[in-house]
Design a protein. Sequence first.
Lengths: 362, 356
Amino acid sequence: MQTNETKKAGASSFFGRLLRKQVMIPLAALLILFLFNLIMDPSFFKIELGYNSAGNPVLSGFLITILDSGSELAILAIGMTLVTAATGGQDISVGATTAIAGSVLLRVLCGTNSRPETLQAPIIVAFLAACVVAMLFGAFNGVLVAVFKIQPMIATLILYTAGRSIAAWINNNELPVVSDETLTYFGEFIPGIPIPTPFFIAVACMIVIGLVLKFTNLRLYTQAVGINENSSRLNGLNPVFIKILSFVILGLCVAVVGLIKVSRISTINYSVIAKDIEMDAILAVALGGNALSGGKFNMTASIIGAYVIQCLTTTLYKFQVRSDALPAYKAVVVIVLVIVSAPVVREKFNAFMAKRKVKEAA
Amino acid sequence: MKRKLVSALVCAAMVATVLAGCGNSSNTASTDTAATEETATDDAAAEDTAAEDTAAEDTAASGDLIKVGIINNDPNESGYRTANDADMKAMFTEENGYDASFAYSLKNDEQITAAQKFIQDGVDYLLLSAADTAGWDSVLMDAQAAGTRVILFDRTIDADPSLYEASIVSDMEAEGQTAVDWLAGQGLDEYNIIHIQGVMGSAAQQGRTGALNAMVEENDNWNLVTQQTAEWNAEKAQQIVQSVIDSGQDFNVIYAENDDMAKGAVAALDKANISHGVDGDVIIMGFDTNTWALEELLAGNWNYDGQCNPYQASYIDEVIKTIESGGTIEEKTIIMEEKGFDAETITQEDIDTYGI
């Protein structure tokens, strides 16, 4: 009897610790989705090796589709997590700036001719140009937020509304189409490698941010600024710089996403490219259990959150749920999350647990 | 704190104007924004009140020009809109006897505000491509009272026909019907269709969906494998088709309601090595006749592309000329001629003529 009880207590404390881990929130969501699919139709987990029309080996299956299509969101979630942590607000212009980055990329690749036979510049040059432009726009947002102290959502509203028009201006309102095959490598497959390239790009981004967080003070400084700006300044940090830096890093993420998006279809449609992705990126941060009011953050949880969203999307497509109803499902997820993480609910929950403990002890 | 906030807001506003200004100066030739148009008309108004003599001269000098106010959707919306806007800009010039002002918005209320402004400015004709069908009655009554004649193009509105002179539109139902008739003419034993729709509720979506839905209901050998909206978005279309391929369902037709979505669908097919186009396993259908899409047809990668004619300016010009010369418009609703292109018969000449 005695041993049994201690065992029970040990197990419950282990699970308690596990449950308290932030990473558990998106993982649990992912698990629920996987369970649902396993019960409804196990073919969800089938992965096949086939060949694409160019004769290259490619893996296909729902899981691969999730890894492939979720890449952009995972990359954006990295930058969005930092911005959220540092400023306590979100950047809602990432979709529009993705359009700008993609437009710059195509502009450099195509030159003045919107239908070039050959590329006018190496892809790496075009990509670097897109990075510089996207980081500049990120810095613009950052300056508005950090220096002029405008609410992040209001500050980024400027580019949210103007961004797609700017993207169209960059290419004189033309819709360039690139016929060169090397561009498609970034959004589809590199010949001979059966795993979609966007996944590799996303993993590369994760490794880079992982190393940066491990070997620099970025995490500490960002959290310090997010938790209390004044005390961090008194401790010798420069909150303005840290905030702008977080927006610039997000700009870099946006440029990478622009490359993938443009590469997927070798062209661009300014009004629909990466549409509403900002909401998904913010949702990924929220799903990761990060406080949207800034401060401490967990990067891994945000990235898993991004894949959870893609998993939800793919699942709904699989079951042929009307895709215009999709935002409604996401809304349900958001509502549940927000309510669960609300201080009022937490307090009630803690009080309830404490009461139970007291009763058990008695 | 409050002062700080105000100063911050002012800065934001300044930055925004600078931003808009930069964009315009770099691109005055191709895109004017509503903002510049407004300042231009504002300037004109200021001139009028400041110096009445010169204003009188002005009106005498520009007396021959017909003043038109053109309200359109944002030219960045799509290739169709870009072509449409360019066509309007090319037609309503001073050389052709017009003094034209433009206003762009995808929002109905902003369009209504712009319309009221044009009416106050005393334009002779108000050309309107409304973002939404509802809410236009009172503005159009104002226009009638002010003697401004209204011509609708591209989109119709829910208002009494007596409030406007003419309506020049595409018949989306006919577009859908032409496409579905073409598909029926292919004589397949069984039609398993992936239907990728545009933004739900838009006229193009309703027209193009309606014809297909009717056909599927009437015939047992026409099946919809899936019917989803990709909201004109190539990537969403790609994901939808990908999910059908991943779940192993058979299909032999992709009916996409615009070219972008057809392109996304084809990307998914290429990934799974499913042949498409002429002599392929899957028939690819698109709409809007983008030049690049027609080239896909010519190359045999796609099978069909339906036209949605963006060139209404010449029709409008004709209507205005008729009214100005004292004639009457017999048919209020003018439906434009629209074609469907088949990959087997399309020529380079067609691409040059009809590509947008």
